[in-house]
Design a binder for this molecule. Structure first.
Ligand SMILES: [Zn+2]
Length: 113
């Protein structure tokens, strides 16, 4: 990889816009395109996180831990688990969504692609 993106101007590899005043990321994407992927992957990452938390809560019931005096600990642990699942899922989804490409942000609709 000999990625020597100039700090000044670059053409975003996703939307093809000429972008100035910001640095391209490793994939040569502009900040707006990256933001779109972040937003979308965050939205989708909620689903697997909820599934993980749901499974965890089901497991607590399965083992009868709702009667435990450490219930608050289990719940805190579950919340942490859900958060980690969210982060991991978002990380994975980010790559998946980016590899498929996203529509360029509609901040410049009159510009021809
Ligand atoms: Zn872009």
């Amino acid at each position: 990889m000999s990625e020597t993106a100039p700090p000044a101007d670059f053409d975003c590899r996703n939307c093809g816009h000429r972008v100035s005043g910001e640095a391209a990321d490793h994939f040569g994407w502009c900040k707006a395109c990256r933001g779109t992927v972040v937003k979308r992957s965050s939205g989708w990452a909620v689903l697997p996180a909820l599934v993980v938390v749901g499974l965890y809560l089901w497991m607590l019931g399965w083992f009868g831990l709702y009667d435990s005096m450490f219930l608050i600990v289990w719940i805190a642990l579950g919340a942490a688990l859900g958060w980690v699942a969210f982060k991991v899922a978002r990380r994975v989804l980010f790559d998946v969504i980016r590899s498929r490409g996203v529509k360029p942000p509609a901040d410049d609709p009159q510009r021809p692609a």
